[in-house]
Design a protein around this ligand. Structure first.
Ligand SMILES: *[C@@H]1O[C@H](CO)[C@@H](O)[C@H](O)[C@H]1NC(C)=O
Ligand SMILES: *[C@@H]1O[C@H](CO)[C@@H](O)[C@H](O)[C@H]1NC(C)=O
Ligand SMILES: *[C@@H]1O[C@H](CO)[C@@H](O)[C@H](O)[C@H]1NC(C)=O
Ligand SMILES: *[C@@H]1O[C@H](CO)[C@@H](O)[C@H](O)[C@H]1NC(C)=O
Ligand SMILES: *[C@@H]1O[C@H](CO)[C@@H](O)[C@H](O)[C@H]1NC(C)=O
Ligand SMILES: *[C@@H]1O[C@H](CO)[C@@H](O)[C@H](O)[C@H]1NC(C)=O
Ligand SMILES: *[C@@H]1O[C@H](CO)[C@@H](O)[C@H](O)[C@H]1NC(C)=O
Length: 502
């Protein structure tokens, strides 16, 4: 008994010595972590019941300023000024489980607090997080936080950037956030937030980026986002329940680069002033209830490379004037509208950089177009129109193409042999046309195809007997004249297997 008592005693004695000598060393180097800050950090650590990232296992000993991962102290005062804990967003096995300790707010000198991608930190955002007088950055992204955004966060008067995206927060955006005059960035995307955009946001003139996407926000898009928001470059209101019209005032955001209003319930026209968005590079209005014509002013959007107005009720044709503008266009998606485009507008086929075109369901008549820069195109979708005539031999010039969908048209003649030269093709849909002849033997070179559909044409003869064409489901070849060979039954006579493709 006595001996074990002494062992324990000596152990403590040695431990004391080790601790006080490391404390002394830390003092000498001027890196002494404030005991108050250390206690706050340890209470954070204690509220995390599981950490697979390995970060918190470094939080040992006294020197929180140098030895602890994710902590930065002020060089002279040695007070903790930043706490950055993050891990890979895509690795589900790397996470922290637990809650956010309210005691963190004892880190009074904190300037930057970032706890991101921890996936399993749950519970509320502590009210005490409003007590950081010098906090400029608050990022609590991709955790599993619940409850409302505390209104008291409006007391963070030095805050520049706030991101709470990727949690399960609900309730409304607190009006108090509108009283933080220096806010540059707000991101609350991918939560369960609802209600309107607070009127107080009219004061946030320094905003550079506002992301409210993937929530349940409703009400109109406020008219106060106007020329006073001269530095706003990114505005994403997509995947919400916003109603009413697109306010013309939005068109005076002359610095905006990315504007997304897709997946809402917006009605009415695209404002004629759209051409004032001189910096616009990406515009998404898809999946709304918008109607009317495409304004000629679109032609002034010289920097626009991405245009997606699919799934609305736009009608009429595309103004010829667009031919003189839209010089930077790379991707255009007009699918599912009430257009009557006639033939594919000539100006669209002259765009040098154009890579992706989706004109599905645009009531296109006329022939498959010739493109002036076919080698740029990577994806074309002309499905669900009324195109006639043949697929031209020149299609092989589209040598970067990975995806072609011309299904549900009135195309006839045979599939050009030359199509087999587009070796990068991954997706071919020629279904529901009037194509005849064989599926060209040259298709055996198309080894990268993941999806092909030849259903409901007038095709005949041997299916190319090479992977993947001989292993696609039989429905991909159904309702033709006389296709045969795997995956369909064998050809009955030599004629069908040697039939030419002309
Ligand atoms: C906040 O920052 C100011 C200067 O920017 C400084 O004077 C003040 O001491 C800081 N306060 C805290 C609690 O860190
Ligand atoms: C916009 O940015 C410029 C340059 O960074 C800055 O001088 C100006 O104050 C900012 N405007 C607002 C309203 O914050
Ligand atoms: C256009 O937007 C819809 C979502 O609203 C999306 O599914 C589609 O992929 C987009 N088109 C392009 C070419 O990105
Ligand atoms: C679709 O366009 C036609 C004219 O082309 C028009 O009569 C009809 O009202 C439009 N439908 C919608 C829902 O806009
Ligand atoms: C074109 O849009 C439709 C409807 O959104 C979509 O299903 C299709 O995949 C798109 N085409 C391409 C090539 O992306
Ligand atoms: C294709 O259809 C057009 C009418 O749209 C017709 O004039 C032409 O002869 C047809 N060609 C073939 C090869 O069937
Ligand atoms: C094969 O085709 C030729 C001419 O196209 C015809 O004369 C012959 O009868 C056909 N043979 C069979 C077995 O159908």
């Amino acid at each position: 008994m006595n001996s074990s008592f002494f062992t324990v005693f000596f152990f403590f004695f040695i431990l004391q010595c080790t601790l006080s000598s490391s404390m002394a060393m830390a003092m000498e180097e001027g890196t002494q972590c404030s005991p108050k800050d250390r206690a706050a950090l340890l209470s954070f650590k204690a509220s995390i019941i599981k950490d697979t990232t390995g970060i918190l296992s470094t939080w040992q000993g006294l020197d929180c300023c140098n030895a602890w991962e994710g902590i930065e102290c002020h060089p002279t005062s040695s007070r903790v000024i930043s706490l950055h804990l993050q891990t890979s967003p895509s690795d589900p096995l790397s996470y922290m489980k637990g809650t956010l300790s309210p005691s963190l707010s004892s880190l009074t000198f904190l300037q930057s607090l970032l706890i991101s991608n921890m996936k399993q930190i749950t519970g509320f955002i502590p009210l005490s997080f409003s007590n950081f007088p010098n906090l400029t950055v608050l990022y609590l992204e991709n955790n599993m936080l619940v409850g409302p955004i505390p209104s008291k966060l409006g007391l963070l008067s030095s805050l520049k950037a706030l991101s709470l995206s990727g949690n399960k927060l609900h309730g409304e955006l607190p009006s108090s956030l509108g009283s933080i005059p220096g806010l540059l960035q707000i991101n609350v995307g991918m939560n369960l937030l609802s209600g309107p955009i607070p009127k107080t946001f009219r004061n946030l003139h320094s905003l550079q980026s506002l992301d409210l996407s993937h929530n349940l926000f409703s009400g109109p898009i406020p008219t106060f986002f106007d020329s006073q928001f001269q530095n706003l470059t990114f505005l994403d209101l997509s995947y919400n329940q916003f109603t009413g019209q697109i306010p013309a005032s939005l068109c005076s955001l002359s610095g905006v680069l990315d504007l997304s209003l897709s997946h809402n319930k917006l009605t009415g026209f695209i404002p004629g002033q759209i051409g004032n968005l001189k910096s616009l590079s990406s515009l998404s209005l898809s999946n709304n209830l918008l109607n009317g014509f495409i304004p000629e002013d679109f032609a002034q959007l010289q920097k626009l490379w991405y245009l997606n107005i699919s799934r609305n009720f736009f009608s009429g044709s595309l103004p010829e004037k667009l031919g003189t503008g839209l010089q930077s266009l790379i991707s255009i998606d007009l699918n599912h509208n009430n257009f009557s485009l006639g033939s594919i507008p000539k100006w669209l086929t002259n765009k040098e950089q154009l890579r992706e075109i989706n004109l599905s369901g645009c009531r296109i008549k006329g022939q498959f177009p010739e493109f002036q820069f076919p080698e740029s195109l990577t994806s074309i979708d002309f499905s669900n129109n009324r195109m006639t005539g043949q697929i031209p031999n020149s299609i092989s010039k589209m040598n970067s193409l990975t995806k072609i969908d011309v299904s549900r048209n009135l195309l006839n003649g045979s599939i050009p042999e030359s199509m087999g030269e587009i070796e990068g093709l991954e997706w071919i849909d020629l279904s529901i046309n009037e194509l005849s002849g064989r599926i060209p033997e040259s298709f055996v070179r198309l080894r990268n195809v993941r999806h092909a559909n030849f259903r409901a044409n007038r095709l005949c003869g041997l299916i190319p007997q090479a992977r993947p064409f001989n292993v696609f489901p039989a429905v991909a070849y159904a309702h033709n004249l006389c296709l045969c060979g795997k995956p369909l039954p064998p050809c009955r006579n030599k004629n069908s297997s040697s039939m030419n493709s002309n």
